[in-house]
Design a protein around this ligand. Structure first.
Ligand code: UD1
Ligand code: UDP
Length: 384
């Protein structure tokens, strides 16, 4: 364990436990609200993600403080990774004694943070609670179910997510529907992306003339046949539309691509994982997004860009019901036909993920003392 500035924050009101790209992005608005409200906090990074382009680039761009602790756990098997986090997190929480711990989402960092906290006399809040794919083969499903069932306060983003928790017997008194903090994040960063990102020029792309793809989920890219089908399907869509595909490739996918020696269709252009403002810009201006990411399904929906999800299930069914997303599986013909369907749709669907006040609602709900008060919620996500 390295405690980068550990020890200075004894008695913080909130401890944030995070470890991966989507957690950094989706907890950033809550951390910013703590700053505005004068709430003291500690950031504990598990080190699950450590490559600059999955980690430090987001701290810099989102103007987050360096984590107080970094466990530097790195890449390991599920058991080893989660176990090392559990030991490290427990030690830190015992010395820090925060009033509340917040975890977000469904990664191994969330699982470890949730279990460690639940065995101590510290309240646990789960941000983005109640998501269910009903596919227990996905490690994320186990992580989110466990986190929900040991949490004291749960923040489902939608009424649907809340209904799953109620069906599972979690008392309603623990639940507060907040919307998703990704809306808060986009409200803060969309205009910045528009002003600051030159990614379209750098990649020589014209608005609505290219497709954007991400694929990194273990159930897809660790399976040679599924990964090949995804590449074939997206390649066919690109050929049909005579459009290039930008694929910012996650390191898990990159290593599998090499290990399986898969060939990449001509129109798919591999690029490094993108920093957040550039990725927002790439999403906003794409003709179509093809993905297996959870966060990207939400962002495509909010940004009104049609989306095809190359998975057999989704824990974001709201995106499908409002008409923003189609689940295609990985069969190339299905990817192609769902892409055609989505491109024919009018993209004026409603945003099911709230109005950008999720972070404020979460802080109100956990009932901490605020040393700075602010009653006006509009414009809450403007950068300082
Ligand atoms: C994890 C989450 C997944 C989430 C994703 C976000 C779990 C079980 N999975 O998947 O739900 O969608 O983060 O991106 O928690 N690697 C690097 N650099 C890094 C991190 C990883 O090169 O900074 C490579 C390593 O080869 C590693 C592989 O990526 O073995 C997978 O990393 P890991 O953290 O185990 O899972 P993700 O696929 O990133
Ligand atoms: N993202 C990014 N750069 C990229 C790809 C994704 O900034 O090159 C952001 C994206 O905008 C979203 C988040 O990463 O907010 C999604 O993370 P990821 O797909 O890794 O994980 P998931 O949401 O599937 O757990």
């Amino acid at each position: 364990m390295t405690a980068e500035e550990g020890g200075d924050n004894l008695g913080s009101q909130v401890a944030f436990i995070l470890g991966t790209r989507p957690e950094i992005i989706k907890l950033a608005p809550v951390i910013h609200r703590c700053e505005k409200r004068g709430i003291s906090y500690t950031v504990i990074h598990t080190g699950q993600h450590y490559s600059d382009n999955l980690d430090s680039v987001f701290f810099d761009q989102l103007e987050l403080p360096t984590p107080d602790y970094n466990l530097d756990v790195g890449s390991k098997s599920h058991g080893e990774q989660t176990g090392e986090m559990l030991i490290g997190i427990e030690e830190i929480l015992q010395s820090e004694q925060p009033e509340v711990v917040l975890v977000q989402g469904d990664t191994n960092s969330v699982l470890a943070g949730a279990i460690a906290t639940s065995k101590l006399e510290i309240e646990l809040g789960h941000v983005e609670a109640g998501l269910r794919s009903f596919d227990r083969d996905m490690p994320e499903e186990t992580n989110r179910v466990v986190a929900d069932h040991v949490a004291d306060c749960l923040f489902p983003p939608t009424e649907k997510a809340k209904s799953y928790l109620v069906e599972e017997g979690i008392p309603e008194s623990r639940l507060c529907v907040t919307g998703n903090t990704i809306v808060d994040a986009l409200q803060r960063n969309r205009k910045l992306a528009d002003r600051k990102s030159s990614v379209l020029a750098e990649l020589e792309l014209d608005r609505s003339e290219y497709l954007l793809m991400t694929a990194h989920r273990a159930e897809n890219v660790d399976d040679e046949d599924r990964f090949r089908q995804i590449l074939t399907g997206v390649g066919q869509v690109a050929d049909d539309l005579r459009a290039d595909v930008i694929y910012p490739i996650h390191p898990r996918a990159e290593s599998k691509l090499e290990a399986f020696d898969l060939s990449i269709p001509d129109r798919i252009r591999l690029v490094e994982p993108q920093e957040y403002l550039d990725f927002i810009k790439l999403q906003e201006n794409a003709k179509l997004i093809l993905t297996d990411s959870g966060g990207v399904q939400e962002e495509a929906c909010i940004l009104e860009v049609p989306c095809v999800t190359m998975r057999n299930s989704t824990e974001r069914p709201e995106t499908v019901s409002v008409g923003a997303n189609k689940l295609s599986g990985v069969d190339p013909a299905d990817i192609e036909s769902n892409a055609t369907t989505m491109l024919q749709r009018n993209s004026n669907w409603e945003n099911p993920f709230g109005d950008g006040t999720a972070s404020e609602k979460i802080l109100q709900e956990i009932g901490l003392e605020f040393s700075a008060s602010e009653t006006e919620l509009s414009g809450v996500n403007a950068p300082d």
